[in-house]
Design a protein around this ligand. Structure first.
Ligand code: NAP
Length: 260
C-alpha cells in the first residue's frame, strides 16, 4: 500500500466522505485525501472491510472513521452521513465512488442486473449528494466528485453500467449549476482501465488471466500502461483543492489517452 506524505493541501478541520472506500479506487482516494489534510469518512457496504483503509490513514497521522452503509438505502445514507458529521465534523467533500457491474448482453440482461446498477451508481450518488449538500451550502464551500467511466461512451455488455455512468455526467453538470453559488464545485472523473478487483472480475468473466488482460489492454492505451487507483486519487486531490474553485461541471477522462 503506497503512502503519500502529508502535504496539508486542505485547511485543517475539513471533512471528506468517500463511498466504496474499503478497496480499489475508493481506498486510494481516501488515503490521498487524508494525506492532503482532510479527515475521511470511509464508507462501504461492510464496515469491517473499511478497517484497512482507516488503519492506513491513522498510521500516517490522519483522522478517519469507518461506516457501513448501502448507498442505495435512503435511511442508511442519512444515518451514515450524520455519523460522520458527529464523529469528524460536517462533510464538505464527497466522492461518489461506490460501484458495481452486472455485465450482460442486452438479450440476457435481467431487470435485477439493470436495477442493481442504477441503484448503486445513480440513486446512491443522488442520496449521498442530497445528504451532504447541507453541510456544504452552510459552509459556503464544498466539493463533489462523481466517478463516471469511459464506458459512458458505450461498451459492449454494459448497457446498464454505461447508461448509469452517462447519467452521472448529466447529474454532475446539473449539480454544478445548482450549487455553484454556494461555493460548491461538482465534477466527474471518467476512468479508463484501472487495475482493481472490478477489472479483475471482468477478466474472469471473459475467461482471460488478469495479467494477460492487463498486458493486452495496455497495448491499446496511448501511455502504454493500465491505470492505478492512485491515478484517480491524484485527480480527486486536484478537484478538492481551493485553487480548483473555478473548475466545475467538468468530466475529466483519466484513461491514458483521449479514451480507453
Ligand atoms: P471495486 O474494487 O469493485 O470497489 C468498489 C467498492 O464499492 C467495493 O468496496 C464495494 O463493496 C463498494 N460498494 C458496492 N456497492 C455498494 C453500495 N451499495 N454501497 C456502498 N458501497 C458499495 O471497484 P473500483 O474498480 O475501485 O471502482 C470504483 C469506482 O470507479 C466505481 O464507481 C467504478 O464503476 C468506477 N470505475 C472503475 C474503473 C476500473 O477500471 N476499475 C473504470 C471506470 C470507472 P463490496 O466489496 O462489499 O461489494
Amino acid at each position: 500500500m503506497s503512502e503519500t506524505p502529508m502535504t496539508a493541501a486542505a485547511p485543517s478541520g475539513r471533512v471528506s466522505i468517500v463511498t466504496g472506500a474499503a478497496r480499489g479506487i475508493g481506498a486510494a482516494v481516501a488515503r490521498r485525501l487524508a494525506s492532503d489534510g482532510f479527515a475521511v469518512g470511509v464508507l462501504d457496504l461492510d464496515e469491517a472491510a473499511c478497517a484497512g483503509t482507516v488503519g492506513a490513514i491513522e498510521a500516517a497521522g490522519g483522522r478517519a472513521v469507518a461506516v457501513g452503509v448501502d448507498v442505495a438505502d435512503a435511511d442508511g445514507v442519512a444515518a451514515a452521513v450524520a455519523r460522520v458529521a458527529e464523529t469528524l465534523g460536517g462533510p464538505t467533500v464527497l466522492v461518489n465512488n461506490a460501484g458495481i457491474t452486472r455485465d450482460n448482453l442486452l438479450f440476457k440482461m435481467t431487470e435485477d442486473d439493470w436495477d442493481s446498477v442504477m441503484n448503486v451508481h445513480l440513486r446512491g450518488s443522488f442520496l449521498m449528494s442530497r445528504a451532504c449538500q447541507k453541510y456544504m451550502t452552510e459552509a459556503k464551500w464544498g466539493r463533489i466528485v462523481n466517478l463516471s467511466s469511459t464506458s459512458a461512451l458505450g461498451n459492449r455488455g454494459q448497457a446498464n453500467y454505461s447508461a448509469a455512468k452517462a447519467g452521472l455526467q448529466g447529474f454532475t453538470k446539473t449539480l454544478a449549476i445548482e450549487l455553484g453559488k454556494f461555493g460548491v464545485t461538482v465534477n466527474a472523473i471518467a476512468p479508463g482501465f484501472i487495475q482493481t478487483d472490478m477489472t479483475k472480475a471482468t477478466a474472469e468473466r471473459l475467461g482471460v488471466p488478469f495479467e494477460a488482460f492487463i498486458e493486452h489492454s495496455a497495448k491499446e492505451i496511448p501511455v502504454a500502461r493500465v491505470g492505478q487507483p492512485e491515478d484517480i486519487a491524484a485527480t480527486v486531490s486536484f478537484f478538492a483543492r481551493d485553487e480548483a474553485g473555478f473548475v466545475s461541471g467538468q468530466v475529466v477522462y483519466v484513461a491514458g489517452g483521449p479514451k480507453d
